[in-house]
Design a binder for this molecule. Structure first.
Ligand SMILES: Cc1ncc(COP(=O)(O)O)c(C=O)c1O
Length: 393
């Protein structure tokens, strides 16, 4: 077969990371009774008003080709949403509508980097990022973040990883898998380093609306970083609508037509009826969204309480997002070994920390996407397995 190198570069960076989850799914189909804490998919209902708008718009004929940059109604709503968030004006021309955060990240990355460039990524990182960067031909440069800093990126660690080839810092706040939420001071310190080295800051903000105690802050919201920051997000998590594939990249005005050109080459537009629904999602306050945020906070607190005080498994309250990253290093096992034993011996499916980079080693990621009683049972089994292994050492 005479093919390009992209699929070679992507080989092993996709489904291998999900091996435990995939095995769990296969066993569930065969009839095993398993608890899945492996996937970051909200289990709560999306806002009824948003679904209604999508249906109404579909029947009203909003099913034709859309504007390549995104329907104006959606771009206006996204710009207003981002303006409300920071108080710094965002113009709809700065917004490119995308098929979710993942596609937003892809088109932005393809616009900014290629072979010979380096993309800096705080480690642990979201499981698709290696593939995202590899697809462009650029090199992926993990920047360590440490458990003793609650996995917050430090400006010094970033500075130490920068080379003349560095072009982009790919941030994710709130972070999947660590739950870290960067503060304004941290963003400013990181931003100062990026400005000095003329780096773009691409920020994955898919969990922006799911912060708990800490307030959300984006590099895009900082006036001094507006010319180098790109905010990428969606309504997948905030409104429990991942299947809508509805997101955006908000960027400096001059960059927007460049990102649009890449998006058009890929999609040639989006779905007008979903664009109308996005406008309703962002322009109105929905009780379902308020419940969703409160539920994830309460589940995180309940999970941390259920595992607190153990010598074998250590957790801390995430600052945002939909996950708890549990440190199981006292068991002496890798995250992967522990995840397989949990599946085989306890019927609980989790993600090994190693799927999120070398700094995730010795951890497992627990998704907060099941009801409280099921989660409590999963925590009981996780704790019992970790403590048995720890006691036997
Ligand atoms: C950190 C992070 N970024 C991006 C995505 C993908 O989001 P979307 O559905 O908006 O493409 C996810 C989904 O789990 C995620 O956790």
């Amino acid at each position: 077969m005479r093919i390009a190198s992209i699929s070679n570069r992507l080989h092993g960076l996709g489904s291998d990371k999900w091996a435990v989850h995939v095995a769990g799914r296969q066993r569930a189909v065969r009839g095993d009774d398993l608890i899945f804490l492996s996937i970051g998919e909200p289990d709560l209902p999306p806002p009824a008003a948003v679904l209604q708008q999508a249906a109404d718009s579909m029947f009203a004929g909003r099913t034709r080709y859309a504007d390549g940059q995104g329907e104006p109604v959606a771009r206006r709503a996204i710009a207003a949403h981002l303006t409300r968030r920071s108080g710094v004006e965002v113009d709809p021309h700065q917004v490119v509508y995308t098929a979710g955060t993942q596609q937003g990240l892809f088109v932005v990355m393809a616009t900014l980097v290629e072979a010979g460039h380096e993309v800096l990524v705080p480690d642990p990182y979201y499981a698709t990022y290696e593939g995202l960067v590899a697809a462009t031909g650029a090199s992926f440069v993990p920047v360590p973040t440490l458990p003793e800093h609650d996995f917050h990126l430090r400006a010094e660690a970033l500075e130490a990883a920068i080379t003349p080839q560095s072009r982009v810092l790919l941030l994710n706040t709130p972070s999947n898998p660590t739950g870290a939420v960067l503060s304004p001071d941290e963003i400013d310190a990181i931003g100062e380093v990026c400005a000095r080295h003329d780096l773009w800051i691409v920020c994955d903000e898919v969990y922006a609306d799911l912060t708990f105690e800490a307030d959300f802050c984006s590099p895009f919201d900082r006036p001094q970083l507006r010319d180098r920051a790109i905010s990428v997000a969606s309504i997948s998590k905030s409104h429990a609508l991942p299947g809508f594939r509805a997101g955006w990249a908000a960027c400096p005005t001059a960059l927007a037509p460049r990102v649009t050109a890449v998006t058009e080459a890929m999609n040639f537009g989006s779905q007008p009826f979903i664009a109308d629904a996005v406008a309703v999602a962002l322009n109105e306050v929905h009780p379902e969204v308020v419940t969703l945020k409160r539920t994830f906070h309460d589940r995180a607190a309940a999970m941390v309480a259920a595992l607190a005080g153990s010598d074998a498994v250590k957790v801390h309250m995430p600052e945002g997002g939909m996950f708890v990253l549990a440190d199981i290093r006292p068991t002496g096992l890798t995250g992967e070994q522990f995840a397989w034993r949990l599946l085989d011996e306890c019927g609980v499916v989790v993600m090994p920390g190693e799927s999120f980079g070398s700094r995730g080693a010795g951890h497992v990621r627990l998704a907060l996407t099941v009801e409280a009683d099921v989660m409590a049972e999963a925590c009981r089994r996780i704790r019992a397995l970790a403590e048995d292994i720890h006691a036997a050492r």
